[in-house]
Write a protein of this length. Structure first.
Length: 82
């Protein structure tokens, strides 16, 4: 598989695992997707197949780790570091 195919494979596995209620495996495979270059974090946040991850601390930590920009969390560190 090439890089894009690996990203997509891990992302789709994460979605399937999430839908089946296997939250730890979903987060694990989402991390693998990110590690292989997937970086469309906006999609991850609104993907209905990943909706069961929204309140999962491991998912939120993963998103914080990879999507360090966030969405206007603290632009240019104007308000101090969090």
């Amino acid at each position: 598989l090439d890089e894009f195919e690996r990203q997509a494979a891990y992302y789709n596995i994460a979605c399937a695992q999430c839908e089946m209620g296997n939250i730890s495996l979903a987060v694990f495979n989402l991390r693998k997707s990110f590690d292989n270059g997937f970086d469309n974090y906006a999609t991850v946040k609104v993907d209905p197949n990943l909706r069961n991850l929204v309140d999962v601390p491991e998912f939120n930590a993963l998103m914080e780790e990879y999507d360090s920009k966030g969405i206007f969390k603290n632009p240019f560190n104007l308000f101090g570091k969090k």
